[in-house]
Ligand binder design. Structure first.
Ligand code: AMP
Ligand code: ZN
Length: 460
């Protein structure tokens, strides 16, 4: 079996995937903070890991996928205060919205979706252990901080120099901390904020300790893959690693994976900058699979530029693939082909989806080439295209459904009736009438195409 290689942000090189337990992969991806709708940048990161899960399963691995929910955070508290509603209402509403949006993008559900607030006892236990080992201390106000200088390897994931970090951190001098570099593990709560009892008084956890506690509870001291967007490398993942490894003395994760940003006008799409498009708004103007294609057709580590035009190009690309699959008879897929080998080689090479998709376009080309001379062979190529597409969660629609859009049956009947009227007009050489019907269809964004087997139509 050819090795699957994955780029490890820790070592900054591709490494063979060597499961800690035979044939088993434990993957933890940091989930969203549920205080607003997810944007397509978030969608891209989760779609990238959806491809990882699907491909590894397709190759026979037993993948356990954990994607947590951050349901306690300053942003949630502020949003609840602005809306004058309880934090729980904000969390419930945006968790439900996230599930809808992710289903729209065709994302598989994780096996576990732990919520931070369900793991408070585990977080407290971990913080107590850090204090016992002198990796953490309580400040005078009840906050607990991690002692960064005690962690010899601090900075190794983000490749930052601790002394340079120190000089940057001095700008924000917090008198409660022993050292400006130290980060918070437990925050003493202010009146009116959600809080939990702890050995250090009423308070709530810091963000980083959540993922250390949840991953340790669900996977143990070590697991195979840990992912998120690139902005999580520092400080979030650096801090997670420092926390967990301080108590386990073992490498927490075999391979750290990070997805590149979706950018808009050359800038990272983000809520705080205000340059974002939510998944649900994007899905008002394009089919879900088009957005999924946009998210996964570039390499997951590269940045990807969002524009309306980029979505149109994604639509055209998928249209080419579905057009190839249209009207093919059932046939067994070709086996042991160079196409499949190249698809696997591309995906084994750090999930190189652009190359994998180029194989799909070659297959589509073969289907077109063979269609008139050898329909059976064309159909065998088509079946392989669908099979490989399905491995990435693509090409699962019926070609007609994709090409004809999500139209209601009344509209579809009307289109078919117009096409028949046009054929009748043509048969009687009533060209003006035939052209007028074509124009009427065009006004409905319907393009028709006369082929040897009849007239076909699709949405523009
Ligand atoms: P958040 O809800 O901000 O915690 O983000 C959830 C996930 O989306 C994290 O893994 C982020 O790294 C990722 N993310 C945020 N913005 C973008 C973006 N513009 N492009 C790609 N991923 C992003
Ligand atoms: Zn995390």
């Amino acid at each position: 079996m050819m090795d699957i290689k994955i780029y490890n942000s820790l070592t900054q090189q591709e490494e063979p995937l060597r499961p800690l337990h035979p044939n088993k992969i434990n993957l933890y991806v940091c989930g969203p903070t549920v205080y607003d709708f997810c944007h397509i940048g978030n969608g891209r990161t989760y779609a990238a890991f959806d491809v990882v899960v699907r491909y590894l399963r397709w190759r026979g691995f037993d993948v356990t996928y954990v994607r947590n929910i951050t349901d306690i955070d300053d942003k949630i508290i502020n949003r609840a205060r602005d809306n004058q509603e309880p934090c729980q209402a904000v969390v419930d509403r945006f968790t439900a919205a996230m599930h809808d949006d992710f289903a729209g993008l065709g994302l598989l559900s994780p096996q576990h979706e732990p919520r931070a607030t369900e793991y408070i006892p585990q977080m407290i236990a971990l913080i107590e252990e850090l204090i016992q080992h002198d990796y953490a201390y309580m400040a005078t106000n009840g906050d607990v901080y991690y002692r960064v200088r005690k962690c010899a390897s601090y900075g190794c994931l983000s490749h930052r120099d601790i002394d340079q970090l120190e000089s940057g951190a001095r700008v924000d001098v917090n008198v409660l901390k022993d050292d400006p570099l130290d980060f918070v593990l437990w925050k003493s709560s202010k009146p009116g904020e959600p809080s939990w009892g702890s050995p250090w008084g009423e308070g709530r956890p810091g963000w980083h300790i959540e993922c250390s506690a949840m991953s340790k509870s669900l996977f143990g001291d070590q697991f195979d893959l840990h992912g998120g967007g690139k902005d999580l490398i520092f400080p979030h993942h650096e801090n997670e690693m420092a926390q967990t490894e301080a108590v386990t003395n073992k490498p927490m994760v075999s391979i750290w994976m990070h997805a590149g940003f979706v950018q808009m006008d050359q800038i990272k799409m983000s809520k705080s900058l205000g340059n974002f498009l939510t998944i649900r708004d994007a899905l008002k103007s394009c089919r879900p699979e088009v957005l999924r294609y946009f998210c996964i057709s570039s390499h997951y580590r590269s940045p990807v530029m969002y524009s309306a035009d980029a979505l149109k190009q994604s639509h055209s690309a998928l249209e080419r693939l579905y057009t190839a699959l249209r009207d093919l008879p059932d046939a067994p897929r070709l086996e042991n082909t160079d196409f499949e080998k190249r698809f696997i080689a591309a995906m084994n090479d750090d999930f190189n989806t652009p190359v994998a998709f180029s194989v799909f376009f070659e297959l589509a080309h073969e289907v077109h080439r063979l269609r008139s001379s050898d329909l059976e062979r064309a159909a065998q190529h088509g079946a392989l295209l669908k099979y490989l597409g399905n491995a990435l969660g693509m090409l699962e629609d019926k070609p007609d459904d994709f090409l004809q859009g999500a139209l209601d049956s009344v509209t579809i009947n009307k289109i078919n009736a117009l096409i028949e009227m046009r054929l009748a007009a043509r048969a009687q050489k009533h060209w003006a009438q035939s052209d007028a019907i074509r124009d009427e269809l065009a006004a409905m964004s319907i393009v028709i195409e006369d082929t040897a087997t009849g007239t076909q139509w699709k949405m523009q």
